[in-house]
Design a protein around this ligand. Structure first.
Ligand code: SF4
Length: 248
């Protein structure tokens, strides 16, 4: 037996990382890769448009056992020839101290790892980048780095320190050498044209503006997000030559 690989497989089968959802195969969640997608439970934000409230609100998952690591890790291990990568998303994966060991177990299977994060834990990001545990990071920039605007969108859990942490994460990503993207989900009630302009000018990283999926949201939304055509026109109007910004 390869003892090193056994050690890492144990890290994923015996982990306490709370897994609330598992998608065996996705062609959309990691650019250009076939991936399995693992959803962790728990989030420090309460975004009004969140479409995974069952992973975010404790009252919706209390009393329900997380998915078994044996079944998730077992499927990934058995079917790794069908996969390029594992995407770890949530919820907010970086809340969990078990994350680095769990990812190391996935990497030991020869798979790439993409992390989705809201950017509020730069310490964890620094560790994951430093230990070369992530191949791609997608970070949400919910709105401009203004405490009140962030709190209006993501809830009272947002503090001034949260904004500083997100700012630090953005710098970390920029300097990391790891493939990264930044993305903002647009709602007309929360993002003015000036906000969009400030957002797209805030980073040289690949930046995706995306429509809000209003089919299922954490809070009842009184309005829908801008439709694709409106976002495209907005982009064309405000920054026609900015090549790092795309509409998703
Ligand atoms: S959309 Fe917001 S509340 Fe939902 S998982 Fe992401 S950061 Fe958490």
């Amino acid at each position: 037996m390869n003892v090193g690989k056994k050690y890492h497989t144990d890290a994923i089968t015996q982990s306490r990382l709370p897994i609330g959802g598992f998608l065996k195969q996705s062609f959309n969640d990691y650019p250009g890769k076939v991936s399995a997608v693992v959803f962790t439970r728990g989030c420090n934000f309460r975004c009004v448009y969140c479409h995974n409230p069952e992973l975010v609100l404790p009252k919706l998952f209390a009393g329900k056992d997380p998915l078994s690591h044996e079944s998730v890790a077992g499927w990934i291990s058995l079917n790794r020839a069908l996969l390029d990568a594992v995407v770890i998303t949530g919820g907010e994966p970086t809340l969990h101290t078990e994350l680095p060991a769990w990812i190391a177990g996935i990497k030991a299977l020869g798979l790439e790892v993409k992390l989705d994060t809201n950017g509020t834990n730069p310490g964890m990001l620094e560790r994951l980048i430093g230990e070369k545990l992530v191949d791609y990071i997608a970070m949400d920039l919910k709105t401009v780095l203004d405490y009140r605007k962030y709190a209006a969108l993501c809830g009272n859990c947002v503090t001034g320190q949260t904004i500083e942490d997100i700012r630090r994460s953005l710098i970390l990503l920029h300097d990391s050498g790891v493939s990264c993207e930044v993305r903002t989900t647009l709602l007309v009630s929360h993002h003015s044209c000036d906000d969009v302009l400030e957002l797209v000018r805030s980073t040289a990283l690949p930046f995706f503006l995306q429509e809000c999926n209003t089919a299922k949201t954490l809070c009842a939304l009184a309005e829908k997000g801008p439709v694709r055509q409106e976002i495209a026109e907005l982009l064309e109007t405000i920054e026609p030559n900015r090549s790092n910004v795309c509409l998703r």
